[in-house]
Design a protein around this ligand. Structure first.
Ligand SMILES: Nc1ncnc2c1ncn2[C@@H]1O[C@H](COP(=O)(O)OP(=O)(O)O)[C@@H](O)[C@H]1O
Ligand SMILES: [Mg+2]
Length: 503
């Protein structure tokens, strides 16, 4: 048997090449410190930032701080089973979560593991939790509405598919309720919803899941929850995990609504783990890259170009303020990253104006392009009506004789506020919103007593359901306002009988 020198050298070269490869993947380090959800290890010289590492006992971690002598690792799971001196292995992968249809209807933790007791989730698809956001060429501008079913939002601060709209307000101002009701309204709207609960009490999340289930919304919803008792790293990665699950659908041409409830708690978790990792604290003790924490997350919301299937992911990040202070560090950061904000005001909330949306400070910078034509027409003057009402109201408090025009403006303003109130779990289809707002802006409610407005409204919807389904269907199908003569006649018929029966 003859052996060729070249063959041998080729073999040796190949072995050497493979050997190196194996070494870099399987590189093993030693834990030198563990506590508070983080660990330090040395020997992981080639670890990459964000890389998944595996501890001796099978718990995973994510490499965060790469220093000259050691690596700071956030532990994804229970850190109490890890000891100093344990080995920790590189995996060569970055963290991934299971994705796909199998997750729909389930409640999972940020690792994608079920926490609803409904058994295993069978999917072989995974996606990295962190991913670069789609670039400029991969996107197109927002052009389709995302109907929240909430009059005050759809009329005044409309949201488009692919948009990022911040919902901001103090605790107990109805933020979470807005999210739940918006999800309820996505039934039959060809939308997959992901509700990411960050640091929310498990009992609260459970209640919300029950509500979603009761209204049939779990058929198209995934809930990702990292409770307050979970280690900080789990709260930190929860929104990225949710985004990864959403991207799977978006890149397959579907439409996704993702709610991050709330990013204040995520920022706090990130601050906690950064401080333990001994990163230098900056303003309000947050690390210097806390802006990037939220910007890289929210940039992943997109309306994809037609070449990429035209899917979308709409993000509703939540921020909880203290005493309405929107100028604190985290709120101003997130305001600057999003395409607008919906501000919930606790004074309004306690005065019974619910949802407590403050029309003066709430804006949507892109959604207007996505509003259906009919809604655009009827909602056009609403914002002005509300603004001039607010102005007049503060004047007229001091009482004095009011001229007729002022009185009329006050009347209209009061009725506008009344019409925009909405009870919990009663999202309203856009065609009905158009009808009531048309009635309002064309003066049909001016002579209705304020206390009767809810009754008038409910009756009007029943009347249209029973007698003018064609008009409702027309708005729904064409997006246009029907023949106004017909609309006027129908509303007048109803208003006359309403007034007669209320005499
Ligand atoms: N439109 C509404 N009508 C009546 N009650 C509401 C409305 N929105 C919220 N609530 C009630 O207000 C409370 C606080 O709401 P929640 O959504 O939990 O606020 P947040 O998430 O801002 O803390 C809840 O008990 C909820 O039932
Ligand atoms: Mg809440």
């Amino acid at each position: 048997m003859s052996i060729k020198a070249e063959e041998i050298s080729a073999l040796i070269k190949k072995q050497l090449a493979d050997y190196k490869d194996e070494l870099s993947v399987d590189e093993v380090g030693t834990v030198t410190y563990v506590g508070d959800g983080i660990a330090r290890a040395n020997g992981l010289d080639n670890a990459l930032s964000g890389e998944l590492v595996e501890f001796q006992n099978g718990v995973f971690g994510m490499a965060q701080n790469l220093e000259s002598t050691d690596v700071g690792i956030v532990v994804l799971g229970d850190y109490k089973g890890i000891r100093e001196g344990d080995t920790v292995k590189r995996t060569g992968r970055i963290m991934e979560v299971p994705v796909g249809d199998a997750l729909i209807g389930r409640v999972v933790n940020p690792l994608g593991q079920p926490i609803d007791g409904l058994g295993e989730i069978k999917t072989d698809k995974t996606r990295p939790v962190e991913r670069k956001a789609p670039g400029v060429m991969e996107r197109q501008s927002v052009s389709e509405p995302l109907q929240t079913g909430i009059k005050a939002i759809d009329a005044l601060v409309p949201i488009g598919r692919g948009q990022r709209e911040l919902i901001i307000g103090d605790r107990k101002t109805g933020k979470t309720s807005l999210a739940i009701d918006t999800i309820l309204n996505q039934k039959d709207q060809d939308m997959i919803c992901i509700y990411v609960a960050i640091g929310q009490k498990e009992s609260t999340v459970r209640e919300q899941v029950e509500t979603l289930r009761k209204f049939g919304a779990m058929d198209y919803t995934i809930v990702v929850s990292a409770g307050p008792s979970e280690p900080a790293p789990m709260l930190y990665i929860a929104p990225y995990a949710g985004a990864a699950m959403g991207e799977e659908f978006m890149f397959n041409g579907k439409h996704v609504l993702i709610v991050y409830d709330d990013l204040t708690k995520q920022a706090d978790a990130y601050r906690e783990l950064s401080l333990i990792l001994r990163r230098p604290p900056g303003r309000e003790a947050y690390p210097g890259d806390v802006f990037y924490l939220h910007s890289r997350l929210l940039e992943r919301a997109a309306k994809l170009s037609d070449e990429l299937g035209g899917g979308s992911m709409t993000a509703l990040p939540f921020i909880e303020t203290k005493a309405g202070d929107v100028s604190a560090y985290i709120p101003t950061n997130v305001i600057s990253i999003t395409d607008g904000q919906i501000f919930l005001d606790s004074d309004k909330f306690y005065a019974g104006v619910r949802p407590a949306i403050d029309a003066g400070t709430s804006v949507s910078r892109v959604g207007g392009d996505a509003q259906i034509k009919a809604m655009k027409k009827v909602a056009g003057t609403l914002r002005l009506d509300l603004a001039s009402y607010a102005e007049l109201e503060s004047f007229t408090q001091f009482g004095s004789d009011l001229d007729e025009a002022t009185q009329a403006k006050l009347n209209r303003g009061r009725r506008t506020i009344e019409v925009l109130k909405q009870p919990l779990h009663k999202p309203l289809p856009v065609e009905k919103q158009v009808v009531i707002l048309y009635a309002l802006t064309h003066g049909f409610l001016d002579s209705v007593v304020i206390d009767d407005i809810t009754k008038f409204q409910d009756g009007l919807f029943d009347y249209f359901d029973n007698n003018h389904k064609d008009l409702l269907d027309e708005i729904k199908k064409t997006g246009q306002l029907p023949d106004t003569a017909k609309l006027d006649a129908a509303i007048k018929d109803y208003a006359d009988t309403f007034q007669a029966s209320n005499k």
